[in-house]
Each structure stands twice: as C-alpha cells, then as structure tokens.
Design a protein around this ligand. Sequence first.
Ligand code: NAG
Ligand code: NAG
Ligand code: NAG
Ligand code: NAG
Ligand code: NAG
Length: 249
Amino acid sequence: MAGVIRRIFLTAIFFHVKYFADTAAQWNAALFKPASQSSPSNDSHLAAKFGNDGDKRDNSSRCVQTGFEEKPWWQVDLQKQFIVESIIFTASQTAFNKTINYVIEVHESPPNAAGPQAPICNTEYNVSNDLNHIKCRDPKKGRFVRFIQLTQGYLQFCELEVIVSGQTSYFKATKSLQVKAILAEVVLSRSLLHCAGQCKNHRALWLCNAFNWFTKSRGCEMLLTDPNDLNKTSHLTTADVNFYIENFG
Ligand SMILES: *[C@@H]1O[C@H](CO)[C@@H](O)[C@H](O)[C@H]1NC(C)=O
Ligand SMILES: *[C@@H]1O[C@H](CO)[C@@H](O)[C@H](O)[C@H]1NC(C)=O
Ligand SMILES: *[C@@H]1O[C@H](CO)[C@@H](O)[C@H](O)[C@H]1NC(C)=O
Ligand SMILES: *[C@@H]1O[C@H](CO)[C@@H](O)[C@H](O)[C@H]1NC(C)=O
Ligand SMILES: *[C@@H]1O[C@H](CO)[C@@H](O)[C@H](O)[C@H]1NC(C)=O
C-alpha cells in the first residue's frame, strides 16, 4: 500500500467520520494545555510547557524547573471546568531536593483574580520528591490547577497529569489517514475500543492521546501528538488506516 508523505494543511483533508465516547473513565486533561510557572528557569530547556508535554523521560532537557524563589509554582489551564480527582506527579531524579512540601489548588477562575480562597485538592509536608499519584481529599471542580512548593527553592518535575472526571472524552476519527507522530507504543488490539482503552492507560515514558488504527491487521499505533501542531505533523493517506485523536465533550 504505497502512501505518499505530504505536508499540507491537515484541516483541509481531515474528514471526521466517527466519534466514540468514554464517559466512565478518568483521564488526564492537562496534556498540551497552556501552562505557566512562577518564574522562568535559567535554562530554556526547562520551561513550563514541558510539564504537560506527555514526555515523562527524566532527561533534564524536557522537564520543568522554576527559578530559585519562595513558594515556586506551576499551573495548567484545562480550558474548561472539570472535576479534578487526582494528580500524577513524575519527579525529576536530578532534583536538588529529594523531599518537598506542596499544596495543590484547583481554581474555577484565574487564580490572580480576586475571589474566594481556592479549594485545596491536597497538601503534604516533607514528602519524597518521587511522590506519584496524589488523590484529592474530595474531588474538586475547577479549570486552573496550581502545584505550589511550600518552601524556598526550585520546583522541579518532569510531568504533571491532572486526572479528571465529569466530562466526556472521545476520539475524533479521520478516515484513511496515518499520522507520523511520537510512537508511544505499538500493539495488536482485539478491537478499536480496546486500542482506545490501551491509549488511555498510563504509559511509562510517553503518554498517548491519539492512535492510528489499522482496520485489517488490527494494529494499534499509540501516539503522542500536540493537537495544536497537527498542521506540521507528517502523515500518509493510507486506505486501511484511520487516525483517532482525543477530545473532550
Ligand atoms: C541561575 O542564575 C542565577 C544568577 O546567575 C544563579 O545564581 C543560579 O545558581 C542559577 N541557577 C541554576 C540552576 O543554574
Ligand atoms: C534522553 O533523550 C535522548 C534523545 O532525546 C535519548 O537518546 C536518551 O536515551 C535519553 N536519556 C535518558 C536517560 O532517558
Ligand atoms: C519538615 O522537615 C524539616 C527538616 O527535617 C523540619 O524542620 C520541619 O519541621 C518539617 N515540617 C513539617 C511540617 O513536618
Ligand atoms: C531544599 O529544601 C530546603 C528546605 O525546604 C530549602 O531551604 C532549600 O532552598 C531547597 N533547595 C533547593 C535548591 O530547592
Ligand atoms: C494550520 O495552518 C494554517 C496556515 O498556517 C492556519 O491558518 C491554521 O489555523 C492552522 N490550523 C491549525 C489547527 O493549527
């Protein structure tokens, strides 16, 4: 099946044929959403956007580091109100401090605006920087999630996932399209639904937010791709492959 790599405006050829919804699951709503931090790092390779780029590798070049300051923080705008259930924090093993104190706030409106105190998802003292899955004490409604280190220093980590419920997640399909993005993993799947479920599982090195589904061979190519950059992503027009990308209802 000869496909030709083309770089054209995907918007022109995207032909959305099918949606399927996943209402039961909880998923990461932070991926590729606008992120900011209290102050920049000296090193531009350690910018806020690397805190939710789906790349969990502790590679010092695609992680987050703030400046040295009192109570440094990192924040993501989920762009919609969600019910925040928990946070998955992937530490940087090269962090200066092996223990940190933190508080996680969930705001309905931008945190700088005057208003009531933000609901606290969770707060801990003297915890290991390896800390991983942090459940909110109670699910918290909000759009802006802020992770604040309570002590002076650098805030450092590699990925922060915001696990939400309360909104439908679905995969938007484009027929006869195979996108060439970061390959998180390739598996054979029982079904399209199984492939989608596999994508939603938390992956070790790269998260997955899209996949190529090979309709005949049942191959499931799990992908990590920035939806804002789909224009720039190489792709093939391939008869037996459909491309699916995650969206929120
Ligand atoms: C960042 O720059 C400041 C001022 O030059 C310096 O004191 C500090 O050690 C630097 N931090 C890192 C992590 O390189
Ligand atoms: C860091 O990233 C490079 C390529 O981006 C990769 O070859 C290397 O194995 C990574 N190192 C670690 C320790 O993950
Ligand atoms: C955290 O640990 C430091 C140093 O061991 C200690 O001085 C401080 O009291 C602890 N803070 C809390 C809130 O437990
Ligand atoms: C490490 O933690 C201590 C105690 O909280 C703090 O005083 C120090 O500034 C931190 N160092 C860095 C580099 O973040
Ligand atoms: C794709 O590129 C065109 C031309 O640069 C731009 O107008 C359009 O907004 C882009 N679409 C997306 C989804 O980025």
